[in-house]
Ligand binder design. Structure first.
Ligand SMILES: *Cc1c(COP(=O)(O)O)cnc(C)c1O
Length: 211
């Protein structure tokens, strides 16, 4: 746990930039420690792990849970029931299913659509051209609050390369009039802030190494 890193970053980022504390691999006790100094948004990438922590922390009503992991279709109902934000919606089919399920569950999660800006085979996401061409259809889906785009940069890029991809994400979001960009992790958050991120997803920088 590195609370001084957390406080340092919190102090230097602009007020429209939010920190999402990525707590995957860390315990509910560690979540409590950082919640105590004012952090209420937590990101998890596996449903079952998140669900167990959520149960333990159910008395902390101010917590907001964000799903940031790969979405399996058979988990969509549980994700919709348990998360206020979903950052990792990577296809039109999944978005449609989230919309249908959200209508049935009387929920309307905030959604970030994951975009694929590089050809890293390990990362999914909407192809930007496809996203733009389907935008009219996407906007009409019910019970999904489309708040922004999300991207994950490949590892090992230079600072300049990270900046370029983040700026691309920001410019697509602007062209679709979406206010949020969920981008930047422990290794590239500074470039993300400069490019206009509104959600930094920080794990190891705050919580320490995930072993
Ligand atoms: C794990 C994870 C993070 C946090 O990564 P760190 O490098 O530990 O900050 C951010 N985003 C996603 C999608 C993740 O899976």
């Amino acid at each position: 746990m590195n609370l001084s890193n957390y406080l340092k970053i919190k102090n230097i980022i602009p007020s429209n930039v939010n920190i999402l504390a990525v707590s995957k691999g860390f315990t509910s006790q560690e979540i409590k420690t950082i919640q105590n100094i004012g952090q209420n948004d937590f990101g998890e990438s596996k449903f079952q792990e998140a669900f167990e922590k959520k149960l333990i922390l159910k008395d902390l009503k101010q917590l907001q849970w964000h799903f940031i992991g790969r979405i399996q279709s058979n988990k969509i109902r549980k994700i919709v029931q348990n998360f206020e934000y979903i950052h990792s919606v990577d296809s039109f089919e999944k978005l449609q299913k989230i919309s249908n399920v959200s209508c049935e569950e009387i929920k309307s999660p905030k959604i970030m659509l994951q975009v694929k800006l590089s050809d890293d085979p390990t990362k999914g996401g909407f192809n930007p051209e496809l996203l733009i061409s389907k935008w009219k259809e996407i906007r009409e889906l019910k019970n999904v609050r489309l708040s922004g785009l999300m991207t994950i940069n490949p590892k090992g890029l230079s600072s300049k390369e990270n900046s370029e991809l983040f700026k691309k994400c920001r410019s697509i979001a602007d062209s679709l009039q979406l206010s949020d960009c969920s981008m930047g992790m422990s290794g590239d958050w500074e470039e993300a802030v400069d490019a206009g991120a509104t959600w930094l997803r920080l794990g190891s920088l705050i919580f320490g190494d995930r072993s």
